[in-house]
Design a protein around this ligand. Structure first.
Ligand code: ATP
Ligand code: MG
Length: 298
């Protein structure tokens, strides 16, 4: 797979604040890559640096295997802040103005209006649009010169649930056209719903990185205790339906492959001659998972 963006030990310091600290990640072509982290974790700063609008303190990055240049920039569309649209102009006219500024073909205006689902509203003025429609128009504007990559900073911020759903759906539709998407979000469930890959940031540092399914597994955990834990772990190693397990003080925390439940664990232990003193199923909230990722890596 070709690499679209390669970030290598990138850092940004603002006086006493280390906003981004030696961040290294690679974004592959066709992925929807999420930068996930709480407020102030360095997401916007990272996007700003790779888009050449914030000066780096140290480190490098390359786009499509080359240093950033006018040519690479032409291939990347970005939405860091909501663009200024003219309130009294129609959606179509607004996009024509932006196409002019970008040197994009006006013929693209209709194509992007269709893509973002605003074709039927193209003659309505911008000021009457809902927030979700405004954000879709902003996405349309970034698509005017048909970039291969879209960089989006908190694309659903400030939207109501309906607007959020619309924009997320649109992002998936844009990705299905073969574009690579890099998006920053502080919402774990957003990254889980939309992204294929994720980098988790905290205070400018990379805490975890990889395919969303591997990093943000929403699986329930099972906690078991027994008088003799070493024997328990021996048995767990042999059981084919255990996905992963980790001893923690007097308990072992484990996850199961799909289709199995805590009953299977209990039965297998009993058959091995082990009577469990505790068996608890812990449903993980997304927030708990997030804290766990951050904690386990620091
Ligand atoms: N221009 C600046 N001058 C000084 N400090 C800054 C500046 N921009 C950002 N910072 C600091 O750098 C850190 C990272 O900020 P950044 O905006 O990148 O975080 P973020 O992850 O995008 O947060 P949010 O979720 O709130 O958008 C924060 O501590 C922030 O206060
Ligand atoms: Mg930000």
């Amino acid at each position: 797979m070709a690499e679209v963006l390669d970030i290598n030990s990138l850092s940004k310091r603002y006086a006493a604040i280390q906003a981004v600290n030696q961040l290294s990640v690679k974004v592959e072509q066709g992925s929807i890559y999420g930068l996930l982290g709480p407020n102030g974790s360095g997401k916007t700063t990272t996007l700003g640096m790779v888009l050449d609008v914030i000066k780096t303190t140290a480190g490098t990055y390359s786009w499509f295997g080359q240093p950033s240049s006018r040519e690479t920039k032409r291939r990347v569309g970005a939405l860091l802040e909501t663009p200024n649209f003219y309130p009294y102009l129609t959606a179509q006219k607004n996009l024509e103005v932006i196409a002019d500024i970008k040197g994009a073909d006006k013929a693209n205006v209709n194509r992007v209006l269709q893509l973002v689902g605003l074709e039927s509203r193209k003659s309505s003025s911008f000021k009457g649009f809902s927030l979700g429609m405004k954000q879709r128009l902003a996405l349309a504007a970034t698509l005017l010169n048909d970039p291969e990559v879209l960089v989006l900073d908190e694309p659903t911020n400030g939207l109501d649930p309906e607007g959020i759903a619309e924009v997320r759906e649109l992002i998936l539709r844009i990705a299905s056209e073969g574009k690579t998407i890099i998006l920053a979000s502080h919402l774990l469930d957003e990254v889980e719903k939309v992204c294929t890959h994720v980098a988790v940031l905290q205070r400018g540092q990379l805490k975890a990185e990889g395919p969303v399914g591997a990093i943000l597994s929403a699986k329930d955990q099972i906690l078991i205790s027994a008088p003799n834990l070493p024997i328990v772990t021996e048995v767990l190693q042999r059981l084919p339906f255990i996905e992963a397990f980790k001893p923690e003080k007097d308990t072992v925390v484990l996850t199961l492959k799909d289709g199995y439940s805590s009953t299977d664990v209990n039965k297998a232990m009993f058959e091995a001659g082990i009577v469990l003193s505790q068996l608890v199923v812990r449903r993980k909230s997304l927030e708990a998972q997030f804290l766990e990722i951050i904690k386990s890596q620091s």
